[in-house]
Design a binder for this molecule. Structure first.
Ligand code: HEC
Length: 485
């Protein structure tokens, strides 16, 4: 490592010592890092420091297990030269950082060999670390995972009507209904959307009065040609379901501005008890420009009426330059939002940078600090701020170190799991489990990890009968969590 990277490494070590100490005081998240079952991959000393470097620098995006990373559809090539190139110069448009400044040539070569060893071993690892039984004991319940849908690619969002029919979307751009009789129908009439990078068809939300008005909202990545180059943003439409078709589409939200960035779209939709629609939008990878600027849409939680008009009491309606739909700001990539069943407050889960994933209570008009204050550090190991809190900005209710890559969330209500009542369920994309954030007096006081190894978890939802559902990727499936006596 160069002198610069030595300093970087020292900062890193310091940070990794200090942060868990801070965190342990308020939450139990630090215990996660001690969980040996999530770490050991190939022997650490086989390829120089490659295993260690992978864990430190790559796992945040590619998963703790290099073995899981190599088990993918390779896009940029598996030869020594191609993997070297991917790591050294990055694939910046897709969100893969360049590492030639952070690592020496030898370190990159070690990483390449480490990854290639993983490719060779792939068959040995197949099936490892998977959930082996569909009945799982938790602290409070024995839960049977009933398969509702199987063989999907990436299911991203789901919702339920009162009769128990399940509405779900896949990233690649399909919208389907699983009827209570088990049949699956696909819905046509979708808006022009694009599955690209971290975006695609990401969310489906039924209107609170769906049984009467048949109105459905979709959140998606919208492409636009600007001077011959495809640009993207996040948009929201609603339509009326007639038969198996969404009709009379009306676009009510477009998170200007368009950009070529293919990551940090957000994005979730949620109605609160008053029928107001919340929309979470990621920073689009432009943390310096977007989250703190009230004239810009990205890096915010927005709130609107069901027809797209702005509620008169939105916090920035009287600010002449602000985007009027902004509800809270300073967010990075919120991929889960849920309304607390009792307080009615909106909670989000957001992807922080490495070591800075958060759960926040998004209060109106408040600043959540990104990127000025954060527990995390850059993916390439450099720090962007040494502040974890700033006067006037709100601190997270929970921080995950290491990052779990939190996705969809749901509060537990109803009577199906009384001991989990009002707890916040958060899916982990990185560690393949469901995190039960135990909440007392509006604070996250503890965490239980459920269904370890079930798969990259994209969403968790609760139906009108009070049953929880989880959506996982590769192979994509949706399971219903049925407590067994
Ligand atoms: C900030 C997130 C992020 C981090 C950190 C990261 N990557 Fe990536 N990486 C990506 C993305 C996104 C892609 C592109 C995936 C795609 O297009 O399918 C990618 C692609 C790659 C590819 C090409 C895979 C292929 O399909 O050909 C390699 C190799 C790779 N990464 C290795 C690494 C290594 C080694 C590290 C750590 C030194 C690392 N990455 C860290 C996000 C990341």
């Amino acid at each position: 490592m160069s002198h610069k990277s030595n300093v970087m490494l020292r900062n890193l070590i310091l940070l990794s010592l200090i942060i868990p100490m801070i965190i342990t005081c308020s939450t139990k998240s630090a215990t996660l890092s001690k969980d040996k079952s999530t770490t050991n991959d190939l022997a650490s000393n086989d390829f120089g420091k490659a295993a260690e470097n992978y864990k430190k620098f790559c796992a945040g995006c590619h998963g703790e297990k290099m073995q899981a990373f190599v088990d993918r559809k390779w896009k940029y090539g598996k030869s020594t030269e191609e993997i070297y190139k991917s790591i050294a110069v990055g694939i910046t448009d897709a969100g893969m950082p360049a590492y030639e400044a952070a690592f020496s040539k030898e370190e990159i070569t070690d990483l390449v060999q480490f990854i290639q060893k993983g490719l060779e071993n792939q068959s040995l690892f197949e099936g490892a670390q998977k959930l082996t039984s569909s009945t799982v004991k938790t602290n409070d319940y024995t839960i049977r995972l009933d398969t509702m849908v199987y063989g999907l690619e990436i299911p991203w969002g789901m919702d339920f009507d009162k009769a128990g029919n399940m509405y779900f979307v896949e990233k690649k751009g399909t919208f389907s209904i699983r009827k209570t009789d088990g049949s699956i129908v696909s819905i046509t009439g979708l808006p022009n959307l694009k599955s690209v990078g971290q975006g695609g068809l990401m969310e489906v939300e039924l209107h609170p009065n769906f049984e009467v008005n048949k109105r459905i909202y979709l959140g998606f990545t919208k492409p636009k040609d600007i001077n011959g180059t495809e640009n993207y943003t996040t948009a929201v439409v609603y339509g009326t379901l007639v038969g198996n078709k969404l009709t009379d589409l009306k676009e009510i939200f477009e998170a200007a501005e368009y950009s070529t960035s293919r990551h940090h779209f957000g994005h979730r939709l949620e109605f609160d008890k008053n029928g107001l629609l919340f929309i979470s939008i990621g920073d689009r990878g432009k943390e310096k420009e977007n989250p703190q600027d009230l004239t810009k849409y990205p890096g915010k939680i927005h709130r609107m009426n069901d027809d797209g008009s702005i509620p008169a009491d939105n916090p920035f309606v009287n600010n002449p330059t602000a985007v009027k739909s902004i509800y809270s700001y300073g967010h990075r990539n919120p991929q889960g939002i849920s309304i607390h069943p009792e307080t009615g407050q909106i909670w989000d889960s957001e992807h922080g940078p490495r070591g800075g994933d958060e759960v926040n209570i998004c209060l109106p008009g408040k600043n959540f600090g990104w990127p000025l204050a954060s527990y995390g550090i850059n993916y390439n190991g450099t720090t962007f701020t040494d502040k974890t809190e700033i006067e006037g900005m709100l601190n997270p209710e929970k921080v995950w170190i290491p990052s779990i890559a939190p996705s969809g969330t749901a509060f537990v209500r109803g009577d199906k799991y009384p001991k989990w009542k009002n707890d916040l369920m958060v899916g982990s994309l990185r560690f393949n489990y469901l995190s039960r954030c135990i909440i007392k007096d509006n604070k996250v006081v503890d965490e239980e990890l459920l269904f370890k190894g079930v798969g990259r978890m994209r969403d968790v939802q609760i139906d009108k009968q009070g049953f929880l559902y989880i959506a996982v990727e590769n192979p994509g499936a949706i399971y219903k969590l049925v407590p067994v006596k």
